[in-house]
Design a protein around this ligand. Structure first.
Ligand SMILES: NC(=O)c1ccc[n+]([C@@H]2O[C@H](COP(=O)([O-])OP(=O)(O)OC[C@H]3O[C@@H](n4cnc5c(N)ncnc54)[C@H](OP(=O)(O)O)[C@@H]3O)[C@@H](O)[C@H]2O)c1
Length: 269
């Protein structure tokens, strides 16, 4: 596909990243701060302030001129007011104009993996099922719509959907997570068919050494899945968060990916 939006990483951008307190999101946020022009503005959204505040302290040492704001944000909390006001409030507080940015980027990174201690037919708890789909799908859609509407005048809008191999392959004990990831990928394919000017990257980061992966390894009742993750660790096939985030940055830099198609860490650049 032709380069429809060249030079993503060279534009002064308003950037939103969800789930930066730990794991992959933390590395993605750091790499974007390091790569994008200093005049860019970053918004980090995570439920716990501790993780994201420590990231901001780190980044303000290494990149003192970059503006970063954080908001305590729970993507699974279905409060219309939060979604309606989040970006309006941030722009207002910092006296920013939508027109002040050449580009806007949102990275939908945060996700819940769900309960891997049960087989699929034993998922009977209303609260935990609703919570998983609220965080992984409904809240993500609401945040995405709010973002795209808020910045509808900005010519270059980039959306990164952190997807997973689970979106395209079944993994035992992970049915809800697989379903949610597959739903997100299709949501972005539809969105991108409606407005191809929105640049959408669905990035599958590989096995990444995070709390999520170790939780699945140590808790799934599917011994085969647990052993496969253990083997990936033993064989050195588990990536660091930085390595996977760097590949994502390289994909954005090259900017030849097909809109909203599934792009894996292992795919050639
Ligand atoms: N690790 C892997 O091997 C792997 C493989 C494929 C895809 N992925 C995908 O990569 C992304 C990052 O995963 P990870 O492995 O880094 O997971 P992780 O270690 O569990 O980190 C998840 C992040 O999401 C945030 N979060 C959790 N619940 C949230 C909520 N309700 N609202 C907003 N943020 C919330 C957490 O915030 P706090 O720090 O504040 O708790 C944390 O920063 C996910 O989309 C995951 O599906 C991971």
């Amino acid at each position: 596909m032709a380069n429809s939006v060249p030079d993503i990483l060279e534009k002064k951008s308003f950037v939103v990243v969800t789930g930066v307190g730990r794991g992959l999101g933390r590395s993605i946020a750091s790499k974007l701060v390091a790569k994008l022009p200093t005049a860019s503005f970053f918004v980090f959204l995570s439920p716990s302030n501790t993780g994201q505040e420590s990231l901001v302290s780190e980044l303000s040492m290494s990149h003192p001129d970059v503006r970063i704001r954080t908001r305590a944000f729970d993507q699974g909390e279905m409060d219309q007011t939060v979604f309606d006001h989040i970006f309006v409030d941030i722009l207002k507080t910092d006296n920013l104009e939508v027109r002040g940015f050449e580009q806007v980027i949102i990275v939908h990174n945060c996700a819940l993996v769900g309960d891997v201690t049960k087989w699929t037919w034993d998922l009977t708890d209303v609260t935990s099922l609703v919570r998983l789909f609220n965080v992984n799908v409904v809240g993500m859609i609401l945040l995405n719509s709010t973002f795209l509407n808020m910045f509808s005048e900005v010519k270059s809008r980039v959306v990164i959907n952190v997807t997973s191999g689970n979106a395209i392959r079944p993994y035992k004990t992970m049915s809800t997570y697989c379903t949610a990831k597959a739903a997100r990928d299709m949501y972005f394919r539809v969105l991108s068919s409606e407005d191809p000017s929105i640049r959408v990257l669905s990035y599958s980061p590989g096995h990444v050494d995070t709390k999520m992966l170790t939780y699945v390894r140590d808790n799934t009742i599917d011994k085969d899945l647990s052993n496969r993750i253990k083997a990936a660790y033993t064989d050195g096939r588990v990536l660091s968060c930085d390595a996977s985030a760097e590949k994502m940055i390289a994909i954005l830099e090259k900017n030849t990916f097909e809109n909203a198609s599934y792009v894996a860490y292992t795919d050639p650049l």
